[in-house]
Design a protein around this ligand. Structure first.
Ligand code: ZN
Ligand code: ZN
Length: 97
């Protein structure tokens, strides 16, 4: 029977992703569940606000409350750095040097 890992209740359970999950899907669910109430109060687990999946990540898999993939999306884009990367990629692909 599935129950909350904290309070052992059986209702409003949220699946917890396996450690190391990034932008997880149902395939990344661990067997653990946590209830909505504990999830709110428990610092060790959290939910990425951008993930469609209603599952919880381990706190260590979140950066500022986002999963790693979404964190990259929400971080302000650095034009200069992106330009550097682009020209470096072009340099690598250019066979004439
Ligand atoms: Zn609970
Ligand atoms: Zn996410």
């Amino acid at each position: 029977m599935k129950k909350c890992i904290e309070c052992k209740c059986l209702e409003n359970l949220v699946p917890i992703f396996k450690r190391g999950s990034n932008n997880g899907t149902a395939e990344d669910y661990s067997r653990k569940m946590i209830c909505e109430d504990c999830l709110e109060n428990y610092e060790e687990y959290g939910r990425c606000p951008l993930c469609q999946d209603e599952a919880a990540y381990h706190e260590r898999d979140l950066i500022d409350g986002y999963c790693r993939e979404h964190y990259d999306e929400v971080t302000p884009y650095d034009e200069e750095e992106a330009e550097d990367k682009r020209s470096y990629a072009e340099y690598l692909m250019d066979p004439s040097h």
